[in-house]
Design a protein around this ligand. Structure first.
Ligand code: ZN
Length: 472
C-alpha cells in the first residue's frame, strides 16, 4: 500500500489478522491512496505527555475503531485499518511502541512517524487519550528510558478550536475572540523549535499555548476560529509571531526589554484600554536568597535589593541583590523566572508604595522658529535597532539628564514621572507592588476584550498592539 511499517504480528492471532486484512482490502478498493485533512491545512504536532510525564503504557479509545497511517502536511495517508478494536493499549518495549487489544498483539512497532486515527476520522470523530477526546490522531515517540511521548497530530485550525477557550474564555465578545484566534494562530505557525528534541512543535501547557482538545470547544470560540480562518499577522511581508498576555497595566513592552532581540512588530505602546490590575508580593530576604540561590547564584545573606535600571517605558529592566558574597543582578524576563512568574506578575513594579501608572498627556509642544507648535497624531523615530517606529504623542517620553518623564501636558507641566531608579529595599524584607500580569509583549487580552466592548473589530485590536502589521 505504501512505505508504512507497522510490524503487524502475523502469528499473534489469525482472527485478528484476518479482520485487519479484510478491512484493508475494503479500504484499498474504495479509498485508494486516500489523503484527507479536515481542511487541507498545515498539520501541527502537540505534545500531550512527555518528559517526566511520558508514560510507559497507556490506553487509547475510539468509538468506531482505528486506522493507522501517516499524517503530515497535505493530509492523512491511510494505512492499516483496525475497526474491530475500540480500545488499544500502547506500551513501550525496548525502543519501540507496541499496540495490544485485549491482550492480543496488534502491532509490534507503531513507528514514531506514523499516526493512529479514529477509523471514522473523516466524519470528525475524536480519539480519546487519558480520558480526554482530541481531534486528529496520536503518534508515539520512544524515549531512551522505556517511555514514550504522546503526540497529537491535527491541522492548525482544528488545534485552535481547542485553544481559544483556555486562553480567553468563550463568553468574551466575538471580536476579542477573533483577535485571540489570529494571535494564537500566528504564534502556533512560528512556534516550532522549542520542543524539537521532544519530537513535536508545541506542548499543551502555558509554556507554549494551553490546549485542552475537543472537550473544550464551544460554538463561540469555534466561530472565532472559522471567522478568521487562515488569517495571520505579517510584518514586512513575512509571518510574525502573535505573542499575547493577560494585562499590560497601561503600557506594553518592547520585545528586547523582556527577551533577547527586538522585533519590529513587538514594540511597547501606551495602552489606554487596559483595565486596572494591581498586585503585591512580600517576602523576607531569607526567602529571596533561597529563590536566587536555587537558580544557581547564591548572594549570601542579603542586605538590600534595588531596581538598577528601567526601560524607556518605565518597566524594570534589572534588579540588583546585594549579599555578603557579592551582588547578583537579574535582568529582563529572568527576574520573573527566578522569583516566580506568579509572584512577580509583571516587570512593571516598584518596591512598596503605589504601583506605577503611565501618564496619558494629551499633546506635546515643541519650539519651532520663534513660536511653539503643538504636535498631534504620531511621529516617526528611528530606533537604535534601525526600525522606523511610529510613536503616538501620548506615548512620548522625555529623557532628561537625571530623570525620565512622560511628555508634558499642554500646560507645559511635566506629567507622570516614572519611579526613580535606584529605589532600594533594606531591612530584611521587600514588598513588590506592581501593575499588569504577564510578560508584557504583544497583545494584552484584557485590553482586547475592552476594545471589543467599545466596538472595535479584531483587525483594529490586533494592529493596535502589533505595530505595523498586516492581517491576511
Ligand atoms: Zn511548551
Amino acid at each position: 500500500m505504501n512505505e508504512l511499517s507497522y510490524g503487524l504480528l502475523l502469528k499473534g492471532s489469525i482472527k485478528t489478522v484476518c479482520i485487519a486484512a479484510l478491512c484493508l482490502a475494503a479500504v484499498a478498493c474504495t479509498a485508494s491512496s486516500a489523503v484527507f485533512a479536515a481542511d487541507g491545512g498545515a498539520v501541527i504536532r502537540i505534545g500531550l505527555s512527555y518528559g517526566s510525564g511520558a508514560p510507559a503504557s497507556c490506553e487509547i479509545s475510539s468509538a468506531n475503531g482505528f486506522i493507522l497511517g501517516v499524517y503530515e502536511k497535505g493530509g492523512f495517508r491511510e494505512g492499516m485499518p483496525l475497526p474491530a478494536y475500540t480500545t488499544l493499549t500502547v506500551s513501550a518495549s525496548g525502543g519501540r511502541t507496541t499496540l495490544h487489544a485485549g491482550g492480543v498483539l496488534v502491532s509490534d512497532d507503531v513507528g514514531a512517524g506514523n499516526c493512529i486515527m479514529p477509523y471514522d476520522y473523516a466524519a470528525g470523530a475524536p480519539i480519546v487519550y487519558n480520558g480526554v477526546p482530541y481531534r486528529g490522531g496520536l503518534s508515539f515517540r520512544s524515549n531512551s528510558n522505556n517511555t514514550f511521548n504522546v503526540i497529537n497530530r491535527l491541522t492548525v485550525e482544528e488545534y485552535l478550536y481547542g485553544v481559544i477557550n483556555s486562553e480567553m474564555g468563550y463568553k468574551n465578545p466575538g471580536e476579542a475572540l477573533k483577535a485571540q484566534a489570529v494571535a494564537a494562530r500566528s504564534y502556533a505557525i512560528l512556534k516550532t523549535d522549542s520542543h524539537a528534541s521532544d519530537g513535536f512543535d508545541m506542548c499543551a501547557a502555558a509554556h507554549c499555548q494551553v490546549y485542552k482538545g475537543y472537550g473544550d470547544e464551544h460554538a463561540e470560540t469555534s466561530a472565532a476560529v472559522d471567522g478568521t480562518a487562515g488569517l495571520a499577522l505579517y510584518s514586512g511581508g513575512v509571518p510574525v509571531s502573535g505573542n499575547y498576555f493577560k494585562n499590560s497595566g497601561g503600557h506594553t513592552q518592547n520585545a528586547e526589554d523582556v527577551w533577547n532581540s527586538a522585533e519590529a512588530h513587538l514594540r511597547g505602546v501606551l495602552d489606554e484600554y487596559s483595565p486596572p490590575y494591581t498586585w503585591g508580593w512580600q517576602l523576607s530576604f531569607r526567602e529571596l536568597r533561597t529563590l536566587i540561590a536555587s537558580a544557581g547564584d547564591d548572594p549570601g545573606d542579603i542586605s538590600s535589593i534595588s531596581v538598577s535600571e528601567r526601560t524607556v517605558n518605565g518597566h524594570v529592566l534589572a534588579v540588583s541583590i546585594t549579599g555578603e558574597r557579592g551582588v547578583v543582578t537579574l535582568e529582563k524576563n529572568r527576574i520573573r523566572t527566578v522569583l516566580g512568574a506568579s509572584n512577580v506578575k509583571s516587570l512593571n513594579f516598584t518596591f512598596g508604595g503605589a504601583p506605577p501608572t503611565p501618564a496619558r498627556p494629551q499633546s506635546v509642544h515643541v519650539a519651532v522658529g520663534g513660536g511653539v507648535q503643538e504636535l498631534s497624531g504620531g511621529m516617526s523615530v528611528l530606533s537604535a535597532n534601525g526600525f522606523a517606529v511610529t510613536v503616538n504623542m501620548a506615548d512620548a517620553v522625555i529623557q532628561g539628564a537625571s530623570e525620565r518623564v512622560k511628555a508634558s501636558g499642554s500646560d507645559g507641566s511635566l506629567a507622570g514621572a516614572f519611579p526613580p531608579e535606584g529605589e532600594t529595599a533594606t531591612g530584611g524584607s521587600v514588598t513588590f507592588t506592581g501593575s499588569g500580569y504577564g510578560h508584557g509583549v504583544g497583545m494584552p487580552q484584557d485590553s482586547a476584550i475592552e476594545m471589543a466592548n467599545q466596538g472595535f473589530d479584531f483587525r483594529q485590536i490586533l494592529t493596535k498592539y502589533f505595530t505595523g502589521t498586516e492581517i491576511r
